[in-house]
Design a protein around this ligand. Structure first.
Ligand SMILES: [Zn+2]
Length: 99
């Protein structure tokens, strides 16, 4: 019997990613102390790495989801020069379940 192992290119649990999560979380909190990120993952490509994560936006934040995305992406991309931030803004509604 031949077992085929499938390797997912998405890195989810190396220590670099853990420290990145902390740094990006700190960047989010510079924008607003209530902000936090989750579901961070990195997808390396030939020219750049996609840095993908969700950010929860409090409903009364004085910043639109688009502005928040831009502000965070700018910080992430200047901290990690070869990265492109792909951010999903989660509106802070009841029932959104994540780890
Ligand atoms: Zn989410």
């Amino acid at each position: 019997m031949i077992v085929t192992l499938h390797y997912d290119p998405i890195v989810t649990d190396d220590p670099k990613l853990a420290s990145m999560r902390l740094r990006i979380n700190a960047m989010a909190q510079q924008i607003d102390s209530r902000l936090s990120i989750h579901d961070l993952r990195c997808v390396p490509g030939p020219t750049h790495t996609n840095v993908i994560f969700d950010c929860v936006r409090p409903s009364d934040l004085q910043m639109s989801a688009e502005d928040l995305k831009h502000a965070l992406a700018q910080r992430v991309e200047s901290e990690y020069p070869k990265s492109v931030a792909k951010i999903t803004i989660d509106e802070d509604y009841v029932g959104h379940t994540h780890e």
